[in-house]
Design a protein around this ligand. Structure first.
Ligand SMILES: [Zn+2]
Length: 537
């Protein structure tokens, strides 16, 4: 007779993804683990004096959802200014920035995030477009992909930028006739201005982080794979956990940049096994390229504007050496690779470096991949981590910057989620917030539709790559668990597995993808604890 459960949820519809019992109505939980699944009578009979009985009628549970690519801390900090994510033209952007200037007052920095490239098609990306908004006040705006920023003259002056700057890595302070336009391409350039924005109070920042985790729980996320991190940031997770504010599991990688020296990398190896109850380290993150839209993705064939010929690491051999250093120390290696040449370089580096037993290296984004590289994912055990939601800027006529850059032939072969999955690769899905909204219902809709949900007339982009509803759920559950080698403890609702559950008003697999966004998240359970509940009692 097993010990009495801490909690029993009964009367629900559980889609378990457990091949032994695909659907059940009751689940027993003890010490953060599922101890039994079955029908209501069987499960309720396990009730003891201390068992909490949860009426789950009207809730359809799936295994807890994981966002396999998200920037929780950076995203929180960078999304505090004006939300420009869905701003459609320059006037719309100006209106939102005026409101932000009101908010920050005459001495503040006017900041915004989520810009898309399309509003700048006619004018080019120039800081003086917003001179009427932030007169005499510093302004720093970030594009949705976090690879480009736009500063005005005042902000550039504070950062001491008055002409071209030489960088060791791929980055540009864009200048015309020697004068900076305000456009800053890639981090090294962006950082020059970001670093002079005054820091906010640590307590305020902590509250921002806490609020983000609340919002993750409300969206039904029970785990996230963070995509940037530093040894210092591990303390943030430690503190969130101590205060009971860490409401979903987090894997935190250590971010390695081209200017990180080998000695600095070796100093980070001891952090491999740092962990709390819900968070852990153990991964290293690299970027081998940038993004298609700015011509910084590394492509086998140049894009239509002749760009895409450089990796982000000026010497890709050094990237491969860094991968080998971390792989041999038992780390999981994670590489941002958008372009097909970048994907190839990451696969090559992983093949040479090898991996510790049970560790899968990963490639993030994979917006383009060559036919010959597809089978290498399964062969090398490399995870394909993708975000079909990144097609959100797609236009039906292919005139968006992404499609214009790579041309129609490559656009028809974009984001090959179905091809990679059918090749036997592990497929994990995510949002890349703050690059895109983190709501997994929106991400799922894009994975299934490959067009804007609700716009049934819009043709899907490379529609043959659409995932089924079940494949999509697997990308957020079993695939996400495999991506971090935790498939024996999470991703399913099954005895012995973690009690991480996402409860919707209806089964998302049975819900039309166009209706997913309106599907309420009624309950989120992490480690056997209800961290979000939206029902009326
Ligand atoms: Zn990212």
């Amino acid at each position: 007779m097993p010990a009495q459960p801490d909690m029993i949820i009964w009367g629900s519809h559980f889609r378990t993804l457990d091949p032994d019992l695909a659907v059940c109505s009751g689940v027993a939980i003890k010490d953060g683990l599922v101890t039994a699944t079955g029908n209501d009578d069987t499960i309720r009979a396990m009730r003891g004096p201390g068992t909490r009985l949860v009426d789950g009628r009207g809730i359809a549970f799936v295994p807890g959802l994981t966002d396999s690519h998200i920037h929780p801390l950076m995203g929180t900090i960078r999304t505090q200014g004006a939300d420009l994510f869905d701003a459609t033209d320059l006037d719309d952007i100006r209106r939102r920035l005026l409101a932000e200037r009101e908010r920050v007052g005459p001495d503040g920095w006017v900041q915004g995030w989520g810009l898309h490239y399309e509003p700048f098609e006619e004018t080019g990306i120039r800081g003086d477009l917003f001179d009427g908004v932030a007169t005499g006040q510093p302004m720093l705006l970030e594009f949705f992909d976090a690879h480009t920023a736009l500063a005005n003259r005042t902000a550039l002056a504070i950062a001491g930028i008055d002409g071209p700057v030489a960088f060791a890595e791929e980055a540009t302070v864009v200048c015309v006739d020697g004068i900076p336009t305000g456009e800053l391409q890639e981090w090294a350039a962006m950082r020059l201005v970001q670093d002079v924005v005054p820091d906010v109070d640590a307590e305020i920042r902590y509250r921002w982080f806490r609020d983000s985790f609340r919002r993750f729980s409300e969206a039904g996320l029970t785990a996230i794979h963070a995509m940037d991190g530093t040894p210092d940031e591990l303390d943030v997770y430690r503190r969130l956990e101590e205060n009971g504010d860490l409401t979903c599991r987090v894997v935190v990688p250590l971010w390695q940049q081209p200017d990180t020296t080998a000695a600095e990398m070796r100093d980070q190896l001891p952090f491999r096994d740092d962990r709390g109850w819900l968070w852990r380290c153990g991964a290293a993150k690299f970027f081998i390229d940038g993004v298609i839209e700015t011509g910084t993705a590394w492509l086998v064939e140049p894009d239509m504007k002749g760009d895409g010929t450089h990796p982000f690491w000026p010497e890709p051999e050094r990237y491969a050496e860094a991968v080998a250093l971390f792989a041999r120390a038992g780390f999981q290696c994670i590489t941002h690779a958008v372009g097909d040449r970048g994907v190839q370089a990451a696969l090559d580096a992983y093949e040479t470096a090898g991996h510790a037993a049970g560790v899968h290296h990963r490639i993030e984004h994979i917006e383009l991949v060559q036919e010959r590289d597809v089978p290498r994912f399964a062969e090398l055990g490399v995870v394909a981590s993708m975000q079909p939601l990144h097609m959100a800027a797609a236009r039906a006529d292919g005139s968006d910057e992404w499609a214009a850059r790579v041309g129609p032939e490559r656009t028809s072969m974009a984001f090959r989620a179905q091809t990679l999955r059918s090749s036997g690769a592990i497929l994990a899905l995510g949002s890349d917030w703050m690059v895109a909204p983190f709501d997994p219902r929106l991400g799922s809709a894009w994975a299934r539709l490959r067009r804007t949900p609700g716009r049934l007339e819009m043709p899907p982009r490379a529609g043959d790559q659409a995932l089924t509803a079940l494949q999509t759920l697997e990308g957020y559950t079993t695939g996400a668990a495999s991506a971090i080698s935790e498939d024996d403890v999470s991703g399913r609702i099954k005895p012995g597995y973690r009690a991480d559950l996402t409860g919707f008003a209806a089964d998302p697999v049975e819900t039309d993808a166009d209706d997913l966004l309106g599907l309420p998240v009624l309950m989120t359970v992490v480690d056997g604890r209800i961290v979000h509940e939206a029902r009326k009692h």
